[in-house]
Design a binder for this molecule. Structure first.
Ligand code: FAD
Length: 485
């Protein structure tokens, strides 16, 4: 099908959703395509969820500038969208004098980058604040402005807000090639052909390929996988802030961090891999995490491990973000090589890229905006009176579907009915936390599948766990019996 849109954004990760939301404030038509079947299916769904303060990136780099500006936007942004965010602070820990001098360098760099509140702590001060820390630490960099966020929930909220203000999201649609015609781009995807004035490349792992298709350059992304352990809430009180070890050339190293939902995260590894879609975990990778994390937390126990996962960083050989207009290609804009601190930077990249696009299109601000459809307070956070009132309004609050995380039928139905609603089991899981608990969906999965089937009016055999093709059921009992006969 041939479709017209003023702006076509490729990629519905945190970067594409941030740009889309900013552009939804202006008088232009915006379409976002993604090759996967939901928002945040790339690096955005599998990272550490840290809103970095900005001491780590080389001063003057785009990473440093977007990180510090982006991190400052998080508290208000998350508050306005009802997304879980906490300014927990972070420690960077040193075990040797060499590492202590790295802390001093990081502090100097952080101050240069505009990070506030950095200070060096003695071993004693650090252990007083974090008693489970390895007593062998010799010094600690205290980073009070570091925070934690739910990265995919932020992407969902940005997408919902963009969608109610006119942005169209289209899934299972992969960018294939681009040409120009009468000053417009003609973009062929696996489903359609788009004619657009502006093309914005936010394609994460594929962003260099699209850049090269537009310019003839040969930017190269190295796909760097990071694996994790996720421990359940019984480990939630071990550390109150994110604990980093000293960074290396491969990244920020293995961290131990609370999550906004009260879990504890250990990881990530940093392994260069060939296939950007290979989000498997390996025994070697997981062992490597334990070997390193135990240095931070000597009493480390994986008894409360509930799952392992991995995400893939889009590391550019040039080691900085490429953000802005594509040189020699008027109307094309890009965010390429958005690895860490890409989550922390997303709100700033969204603002910056959208300003450039608005200038290019000479688009006017909309006279009014539709209000963001606020997320209901999670049932598990309600007090008894609130629960009773919610149930009186909607009896589906009376049925708890996920017992581990106490998620009700009402919340699951609401997540499916959002502007860019859940379409899969994991889409429901990331939006509501049904299936995120200790049993990892063992109990609630069939019930979530039944609700999805009813809400979307599709058969149970068509329900997917996550990515396209990840069907859960193979056949009905009747059809299996028929096949056997
Ligand atoms: C292990 C790990 C840990 C990290 N930790 C942190 C952290 O703590 N803090 C932080 O700030 N950052 C962190 N990051 C970085 C952060 O996760 C990324 O920078 C950010 O998620 C990138 O978002 P994005 O939207 O640019 O890319 P993605 O989220 O990858 O989105 C790109 C989208 O483009 C789509 N796409 C790709 N190719 C095509 C195509 N051909 N056609 C259509 N669609 C396409 C994909 O399906 C995907 O949805 C981490 C990353 C990893 C992997």
């Amino acid at each position: 099908m041939k479709l017209n849109t003023d702006v076509l954004i490729v990629g519905a990760g945190i970067t594409g959703c941030s740009v889309a939301r900013e552009l939804s404030r202006y008088d232009c038509s915006v379409t976002v395509i993604d090759r996967e079947n939901d928002i945040a299916e790339g690096a955005t769904k599998a990272n550490s969820g840290i809103v970095h303060a900005g001491y780590d990136a080389v001063s003057g780099s785009r990473k440093a500038v977007y990180n510090v500006t982006g991190a400052a936007l998080f508290p208000d942004l998350c508050e306005s969208l009802g997304v879980p965010y906490r300014r927990t602070g972070a420690f960077v820990i040193a075990f040797t004098d060499d590492e202590k001098s790295t802390l001093v360098k990081l502090m100097d760099r952080g101050i240069k980058n505009g990070v506030k509140g950095l200070r060096l702590l003695s071993r004693e001060e650090a252990l007083r604040l974090e008693p489970n820390l390895n007593p062998d630490v010799v010094a600690v960099l205290d980073v009070p402005s570091s925070g934690i966020v739910s990265p995919y929930e932020l992407a969902f909220a940005l997408a919902d807000d963009a969608a109610v203000n006119g942005v169209e999201f289209r899934f299972n649609e992969s960018f294939e090639c681009v040409s120009t015609e009468n000053g417009n781009f003609v973009v062929k995807t696996t489903q359609n052909e788009y004619v657009c004035r502006v093309l914005i490349n936010c394609a994460g792992a594929s962003s260099a390929l699209i850049h090269n298709a537009l310019t003839g350059d040969s930017l190269k992304i190295i796909h760097r996988r990071g694996q994790y352990y996720l421990l359940d809430r019984t480990a939630s009180t071990v550390f109150s802030r994110t604990i980093f070890q000293c960074p290396s050339a491969m990244g920020k190293g293995v961290l131990v961090s609370p999550t906004v939902h009260g879990n504890l995260l250990l990881g990530p590894t940093a392994e260069d891999i060939d296939d950007p879609l290979d989000t498997s975990t390996t025994r070697d990778g997981l062992d490597d995490i334990l070997k390193k994390a135990v240095k931070t937390w000597p009493a480390l126990s994986t008894r409360s491990n509930i799952t392992n996962f991995s995400g893939v960083r889009a590391h550019l050989e040039t080691d900085d973000f490429v953000v802005g207009p594509v040189t020699g290609c008027p109307g094309a804009f890009e965010a390429v090589g958005i690895e860490s601190p890409g989550l922390s930077s997303a709100p700033a990249i969204g603002l910056d890229l959208s300003r450039q696009v608005v200038d290019y299109l000479q688009a006017e601000k909309k006279a009014s905006l539709k209000p963001y459809p606020k997320l209901p307070k999670p049932f598990h956070e309600m007090n008894d009176e609130e629960r009773a009132a919610a149930w009186r309004d909607n009896p589906d609050y009376g049925t708890v579907i996920c017992r581990c995380e106490v998620v009700t039928e009402a919340e699951i139905r609401a997540a499916i009915r959002r502007p860019v609603g859940a379409r899969t089991i994991d889409g429901v899981k990331r939006r509501t936390r049904a299936g995120m608990g200790r049993c990892q969906g063992g109990f609630c999965l069939p019930r979530v599948a039944a609700i999805l089937s009813e809400e979307l009016n599709i058969g149970l055999l068509d329900i997917m766990k996550d990515n396209q093709g990840s069907y859960i059921l193979d056949s009905t009992i009747d059809s299996a019996a028929e096949r056997k006969a």
